[in-house]
Write a protein that binds this ligand. Structure first.
Ligand SMILES: Cc1cc2nc3c(=O)[nH]c(=O)nc-3n(C[C@H](O)[C@H](O)[C@H](O)COP(=O)(O)OP(=O)(O)OC[C@H]3O[C@@H](n4cnc5c(N)ncnc54)[C@H](O)[C@@H]3O)c2cc1C
Length: 502
């Protein structure tokens, strides 16, 4: 929503009133009934075939699929806090088939393989749906699709063009352009001017329950999970520190096959793990491979949750299809219904802290919450009087191409996946498959993708990093206020293939 819509905010005091008493914790994690007991930390040293570092979706899928591929493999997962506490337990729950942060970004960056990427992405979403059913994971999975919304006149033409472009690539059946009347038939807001409905390629789910369900599935498959066990360092058994011997994503580039002799040793405060192979799934947190750190900046994203809507409030929206919704500005909102008919309302501000700092105190940002609440009532004036029950923020792993990147290190014994940039609920499962493919040493359709073989551009060091991100954010805000027109800075960044998004 742009400055214009911000000015539509009917009453700042109403936003403050609606936020009064909201609990400053992620709604999804605030659930003592379903939240599992923490597991014990590692105690003393251990050995395994595969060590997974990180207990979000990325690590959990990697551990689970590793067991499915080879049940005899001894798999250990180390989580620094509790499984699913970070992005995986506090996101919007939009499980998107896209592996490329949307079709447009994928088309711009990988025009030759976009159709393959779309096919693999849809198969990945199907596999998530199938795994959720097979493991009995009760995560409110609803394959409702998503409508991208135009809330400014120039965005109407952009959505129409996006629909035509998708049709030219054989994806016409997946997307439907909705004019103003048609979109308001789906969800009623005076702010909506048009929509693009992705009917089957997005599901809504309860993010924390997915993480907790995957944790249970991992344990049932025999994965040994140690919580409150941060990995502090990684060596290759010959004393080489993280980063030494790192290679790109190409299997052909690797100096050794996945099963080569030697070991990876990961140290923790509670003992060392000696593993034949390791998969790093640490998202926005500092990578154990130092050389990867410049590829990611931690960006804070924020969300509100309303109290459950009454039947009349729900009826006033006409949101029968329960689709996920997102508007189309550079600073965009995403919003959706929960199983008990609350509205999650998130996005817009994207905060970077100097030095790529991550800290618990950044999870709450009252000025952002007031802004978001104002936008909420401007979008749905019929919901006047609704109150918010929860406010929270979380960190995402933004990379300069918005789509995950992959690779190996230490002679192919360590694989990593990172850079999901706010669209990892679905794509992390694909990333898990890629990491396991890379560790196997086999060439697969996935490992041959340019998406997998090539890395994004790294971010520059501070203070240039901070200044560059600030300049980009200022330019994006201006573009939103000026009918989408991108200034010279943004055009130069586009030409260099360097971007900033959430
Ligand atoms: C507010 C918000 C809204 C979002 N909304 C959406 C959405 O609607 N749809 C979507 O697709 N994506 C969304 N995302 C992004 C999505 O949540 C992530 O892409 C996804 O959860 C990434 O999973 P992950 O396992 O890589 O990371 P995480 O869930 O962050 O897990 C990484 C784990 O690694 C652990 N760890 C890190 N370092 C170490 C170490 N050294 N030792 C041990 N453990 C370590 C951490 O403690 C953490 O638990 C959102 C993110 C946020 C914050």
């Amino acid at each position: 929503m742009t400055e214009g819509a911000e000015a539509m905010t009917p009453d700042g005091a109403a936003a403050v009133r609606a936020l009064a008493g909201a609990r400053p914790v992620p709604y999804w994690l605030d659930d003592p009934e379903h939240r599992p007991e923490p597991l014990p930390a590692l105690s003393g040293g251990t050995r395994c075939d595969l060590l997974v570092v990180g207990g979000g979706y990325s690590g959990l899928w990697t551990a689970l699929i590793a067991k499915e591929r080879d049940p005899s493999r001894d798999v250990v997962l180390l989580e620094g806090k509790e499984t699913g506490w970070a992005a995986s337990g506090r996101n919007g729950g939009f499980c998107d088939a896209s592996l490329t942060h949307g079709f447009a970004n994928g088309l711009a960056r990988w025009p030759d393989e976009i159709e393959t990427l779309e096919r693999l992405g849809l198969a990945n979403l199907d596999a998530i749906e199938e795994a959720v059913a097979r493991h009995g994971i009760d995560c409110d999975f609803e394959r409702t699709g998503e409508i991208d919304l135009a809330t400014e006149p120039h965005q109407v033409a952009e959505l129409r063009e996006a629909a035509e472009e998708a049709a030219r690539h054989g994806l016409g059946e997946r997307v439907t352009f909705l004019d103003r009347a048609a979109v308001r038939e789906q969800v009623d807001s005076p702010a909506f001017l048009a929509g693009l409905w992705f009917r089957h390629s997005v599901a809504m789910l309860h993010p924390a329950k997915l993480a907790w369900g995957l944790k249970r599935a991992c344990l049932e498959a025999g994965v040994r999970i140690y919580e409150h066990t941060p990995a502090r360092g990684l060596t290759d058994g010959r004393g080489g520190e993280g980063g030494a011997g790192e290679k790109g994503g190409s299997v052909a580039e690797k100096s050794g096959k996945g099963g080569s002799a030697g070991a990876v040793i990961v140290s923790t405060p509670h003992g060392r793990v000696r593993a034949r192979q390791a998969a790093l799934a640490t998202n926005a947190f500092p990578s154990l491979l130092r050389r990867l750190r410049p590829y990611i900046v931690p960006i804070y994203d924020y969300a509100l949750m309303t109290e459950p809507l009454s039947e009349e409030q729900l009826a006033s929206l006409g949101w029968q299809g329960r689709q996920g919704l997102a508007d189309s500005a550079n600073h965009f909102h995403y919003f959706r219904l929960t199983a008990d008919d609350r509205i999650l309302w998130g996005g817009y501000d994207a905060l970077y802290h100097y030095g790529s700092r991550i800290a618990a105190e950044y999870d709450q940002r009252p000025e952002t919450f007031r802004k978001l609440a104002g936008h909420f009532f401007a979008t749905f004036p019929q919901l006047k009087g609704v109150r918010f029950s929860h406010t929270w923020g979380g960190v995402i792993d933004t990379c300069s191409r918005f789509s995950p990147f992959f690779g190996t290190a230490h002679g192919g014994r360590v694989a990593y996946a990172a850079g999901y940039t706010g669209l990892g609920v679905g794509a992390t499962r694909f990333g898990a498959e890629v990491m396991l493919d890379l560790l196997s040493g086999e060439s697969t359709e996935r490992t041959e993708l340019e998406l997998v073989r090539k890395k994004p551009l790294p971010f520059p060091p501070e203070p240039v990093r901070w200044a560059g991100i600030a300049m980009t954010q200022w330019s994006l805000t201006r573009a939103d206020a000026r009918g989408g027109r991108r200034n010279l800075w943004l055009k130069a960044m586009d030409a260099a293939g360097m971007g900033f998004d959430t």
